[in-house]
Design a protein around this ligand. Structure first.
Ligand SMILES: C[S@@+](CC[C@H](N)C(=O)[O-])C[C@H]1O[C@@H](n2cnc3c(N)ncnc32)[C@H](O)[C@@H]1O
Length: 205
């Protein structure tokens, strides 16, 4: 039998958190490190990782590596460069969900998972997927529940500068944003020049 499909999501329910609350109320858990547990929702099969100790803003929760590198993104990979998408190691880090109000950041320069603010035992660890992903292979309707939820998560390329303002982003994403802004400015400049050169457009000839 085909897996159940969540009404608002094209992926099988196992990848679609019907509610983040289910991970707090109705889950099985496994200790995966001295500071972290992996929870699986018993209703939806949805996974997430949760702190079991406290962290202060700026703390390094752990270092991370990779078990594979792909040229294309999947829903499990983390982007570390152009055509460079890694499967995280330790493997359980792949269960880190997205939040539009994240409490952790994957620092791809230092290969370290950082606390963006104080984290208490029991808090779900979530990062802002567009902080590492330029154009996600599998965008989704966000259910993070944050007051500032953006609604749709597709990568940094789908967001406005305003939506990204003040967020911690990897150098790769910052570079792509600078390139996109420069390309947009060049297009606007060319359009202005073409308009000025057109008959009656205010050009000198
Ligand atoms: C790397 S997995 C994270 C673990 C995932 N919850 C699971 O059980 O496999 C990424 C997928 O989790 C789901 N996901 C993560 N954060 C989400 C969010 N804020 N809202 C909706 N779905 C989310 C999406 O289906 C996404 O493609």
């Amino acid at each position: 039998m085909a897996p159940a499909v969540d009404a608002d999501c094209e992926r099988p329910a196992v990848h679609c958190p019907a509610t983040y609350r289910a991970l707090a109320d109705n889950f099985s858990s496994k200790t995966v490190s001295p500071w972290c547990e992996h929870r699986k929702c018993l209703t939806t099969g949805h996974n997430g990782i949760f702190a079991t100790t406290s962290f202060a803003a700026g703390d390094v929760l752990c270092k991370f590596g990779h078990s594979a590198i792909y040229e294309q993104p999947t829903y499990q990979t983390l982007q570390v460069g152009a055509s460079k998408h890694i499967l995280l190691s330790p493997e359980w880090l792949e269960n880190t969900n997205h939040s539009c109000d994240p409490n952790v950041f994957f620092n791809t320069e230092a290969s370290a998972l950082l606390a963006l603010r104080a984290i208490a035992p029991g808090d779900e660890l979530c990062f802002f997927y567009p902080s590492t992903e330029w154009a996600m292979g599998e965008p989704f309707a966000c259910r993070c529940g944050a007051a500032t939820c953006l609604g749709h998560v597709a990568g940094a390329s789908a967001l406005t500068p305003q939506q990204l303002e003040g967020r911690r982003l990897t150098p790769y994403i910052q570079q792509r944003l600078a390139e996109a802004a420069a390309a947009k400015a060049a297009t606007a400049e060319a359009a202005k020049a073409a308009e000025a050169a057109a008959p009656g457009g205010g050009g000198s000839g």
